[in-house]
Design a binder for this molecule. Structure first.
Ligand code: ZN
Length: 234
């Protein structure tokens, strides 16, 4: 509808009543739905990846890490569950998938990345390496419903290219170890006892349960307790 504008002075002269009070124009607020912008996950570079052999902590904790995943048993499950032993597992994808129900059921365990099929990381092509690492993260996500945070190279072999791949696949830590504890023998590289922050390497061998019993005794004797890496390396 068109309204005719009239100058107040002219209006008065014409005897037209004019409302000279200030007209407050209500502020029109339009709610515009903001497009939902998901914060982009930071693209990691090789320099963002830390290589860890031992965790720097004064807490009386050590970290039990168990690799590969070939042998898992009901008895081992019972032992781990009953004693609530925190375990950081580095199973290869083929084994993780094969025993996915067993791994998924462990409440005190996180599932990390040890490659798809235990390839020698420094001897394969860039494309193969990416498949071995990023592919393994996908399998772990399918099993655990969360992404692995750590990569452990098969055989401990890595170079700068491997570190770059770890970053590309979204992980900030390449986790090595400083103690080995397979087959009932705890190897501490010349030291007489375990210390805070030690990362202990074990494997899913048939002897794992008895090795764990032995290791747990050693851990207690040294005034320590096992903890999850995810509570310390974030
Ligand atoms: Zn391995």
């Amino acid at each position: 509808m068109a309204t005719s504008a009239i100058c107040p002075t002219a209006a008065r002269a014409q005897g037209v009543a004019v409302d000279t009070t200030t007209t407050i124009v209500p502020e029109v607020t339009t709610t515009v739905a903001k497009p939902k912008v998901k914060p982009k996950p930071k693209v990691l570079k090789g320099k963002d990846v830390k290589v860890v052999y031992k965790v720097r902590t004064k807490d009386p904790v050590v970290f039990i890490t168990i690799d590969d995943g070939s042998t898992v048993t009901k008895s081992l499950a019972k032992y781990l569950d009953r004693n609530k032993i925190p375990v950081t597992t580095f199973a290869v994808s083929v084994m993780l998938w094969k025993h996915r129900e067993w791994f998924r059921d462990r409440k005190h365990m996180t599932l990390e990345n040890h490659s798809w099929n235990h390839a020698h990381m420094t001897l394969i092509s860039d494309a193969q390496r990416k498949q071995e690492v990023c592919g393994a993260s996908q399998v772990a996500r399918n099993v655990a419903k969360e992404s692995p945070m750590y990569f452990r190279p098969p055989g401990g072999s890595f170079n700068d290219k491997v570190i770059d791949t770890v970053a590309q696949c979204g992980m900030k830590y390449l986790v090595m170890w400083n103690v080995e504890a397979d087959d009932g023998v705890v190897r501490m590289a010349g030291r007489g006892k375990l210390g805070p922050g030690d990362i202990i390497l074990m494997h899913y061998l048939p002897s794992l349960e008895s090795s764990l019993v032995h290791l747990m005794e050693q851990i207690k004797r040294n005034g320590l307790r096992p903890a999850l890496l995810r509570d310390y390396l974030t």
